[in-house]
Design a protein around this ligand. Structure first.
Ligand SMILES: [Zn+2]
Length: 489
């Protein structure tokens, strides 16, 4: 089936910063505390209190913006976003409106067609609201409010509408999560709400004259997992196309709508007309001083970034000759795994083989045992030793995996494991020569073919030698003796 339309998606991501205390008071940001226990007059909005900015929150936000290649404003200020809701006791949220602290950046994401830069319109700081707890008391009639989250620092990151499929939206979020975790700005736990996402989506439907018609934009909320974002975008694109075919409504003819995603039923529900910025009556926050960002602060933030995932993926390909896919798998697991891989690659001198072992055996060991790379049971040095032994002995893949399993089980070295399993190499040249000669005698047809110039025929004889030695002969030695003997025939 051909595509009948282009999908246009922009994402607004809210990320909770890894500070110990809230944005404008000293209350704890720890997740899971008893309801309303982490509150004070500032974050529950008592009259007469004054907010004081958490410097650490600003530093973390700065790191995030720099990692997203954003331009940092030299001067930034706070604004009040006014609205009424039970989880917002002040009746306004302290946010940033016309002078966000950063803007115009990009995030590079891996796609099948190579790396793609997705523009970032802006990233700004704001405080979170509290949380409504509905129907939890049994009767189903009451709602409660927990203000522990009120005042928690958030960075809102708004992308350009440059994501062109539900899959790209998922990859963008995965990359954002990886990046922010790597630079220790946020733990990005979606189940705990420290990464939340709203998605704006519409379609461009091509017309016979070569132009296209844009459908009205829908903002989808209540997306509680990255998988839910992808599912919701798929559903909403199809729904919009059907609606467009039925009604022909275009962008601008109806106002932007908000929809909630029902992940259980896998449908979006249009909720209401979307508010405009003017509905919030933004005005400058009079209780907080504006912030000026100097070169020294920027330098400090930049120095703490380290190598970012996109750069790391590119380096693994150029430095070690890995495929984009392998580099992507390694990078997606975080810097610690990449460091482990690099040690194995350098010690064993075979990056491709190191990458295969790390992305297959090591990752499945970690998954099976529910361990992190910091708890990896086999050191990089021990794995590298196995790779070297394998090269030395020509141990086949199946045998090498058995050795690996034995090393895991017993904590022995590769050499000890090979001995214990009886996989020693036939190292004695005399013994090996006899086996080669027997194989040549037993494979007259292959020898004749080889003599006629079918060099491939030697493989059959080599296979016979490997079978006889149960794969325990040095490949290099077999090759050498085989050619030597074939030349004598
Ligand atoms: Zn507080």
């Amino acid at each position: 089936m051909t595509m009948d339309y282009r999908i246009i998606i922009g994402l607004e991501v809210h990320v909770q910063l890894l500070t110990r205390t809230k944005l404008f008071c000293g209350c704890s940001t720890k997740f899971g505390l008893p309801p309303n226990s982490a509150t004070c007059p500032v974050c529950i909005g008592m009259p007469g209190v004054l907010p004081v900015m958490n410097r650490r929150a600003f530093e973390l936000a700065l790191k995030a913006a720099l990692a997203l290649n954003c331009r940092i404003a030299a001067f930034t200020k706070w604004d009040r976003k006014n609205y009424y809701y039970p989880d917002l006791p002040k009746n306004y949220q302290i946010s940033q409106y016309d002078l966000p602290f950063s803007h115009d950046g990009w995030l590079e994401i891996p796609t099948a067609a190579g790396p793609k830069r997705v523009g970032i319109i802006r990233a700004h700081l704001e405080e979170d609201a509290g949380k409504m707890l509905h129907d939890e008391a049994g009767g189903g009639q009451e709602s409660k409010v927990d203000l522990n989250r009120a005042g928690t620092p958030l960075v809102e990151i708004v992308s350009q509408p440059e994501l062109s499929s539900p899959e790209e939206a998922r990859v963008y979020l995965e990359e954002m999560r990886l990046l922010l975790r790597e630079i220790e700005v946020s733990d990005c736990e979606m189940q705990e709400g420290s990464l939340r996402c709203d998605a704006n989506i519409n379609l461009h439907v091509p017309q016979p004259d070569g132009s296209f018609v844009a459908t009205p934009i829908v903002e989808v909320k209540n997306l509680n997992s990255i998988a839910a974002v992808e599912r919701a975008m798929k559903y909403e694109a199809e729904r919009q196309f059907e609606e467009f075919q039925a009604t022909g409504k275009k962008l601008g003819e109806v106002s932007k709508a908000t929809a909630g995603w029902d992940d259980a039923r896998r449908v979006t529900r249009i909720q209401r007309r979307k508010e405009e910025a003017s509905d919030y009556r933004y005005f400058p926050e009079p209780d907080l001083v504006p912030i000026t960002v100097d070169a020294a602060a920027l330098e400090r933030a930049r120095a703490g970034l380290g190598e970012l995932p996109a750069a790391q993926r590119a380096r693994l390909q150029t430095q070690y000759g890995l495929s984009a896919y392998d580099a992507g798998v390694l990078t997606s697991q975080g810097r610690a795994l990449v460091a482990y891989f690099e040690e194995v690659a350098q010690r064993s001198g075979d990056a491709k083989e190191a990458s295969n072992w790390v992305t297959n055996q090591v990752l499945s060991t970690l998954n099976e045992r529910k361990l992190t790379i910091e708890q990896v049971p086999l050191s990089a040095a021990a794995l590298a030793e196995l790779l070297l032994q394998r090269k030395e002995t020509g141990l086949n893949a199946q045998r090498a995996r058995e050795v690996y399993a034995h090393m895991l089980e017993t904590g022995t070295t590769a050499a000890e494991a090979i001995r214990a399993l009886g996989f020693q190499v036939v190292a004695d040249e005399g013994q090996l020569l006899a086996i080669v000669q027997r194989a040549i005698a037993a494979n007259a047809k292959a020898v004749a073919d080889y003599k006629k110039g079918k060099l491939k025929a030697a493989d059959a004889i080599k296979g016979a030698v490997m079978r006889e030695t149960k794969g325990m002969a040095k490949t290099e030695a077999v090759q050498r003796l085989l050619l030597q003997e074939l030349n004598k025939v």
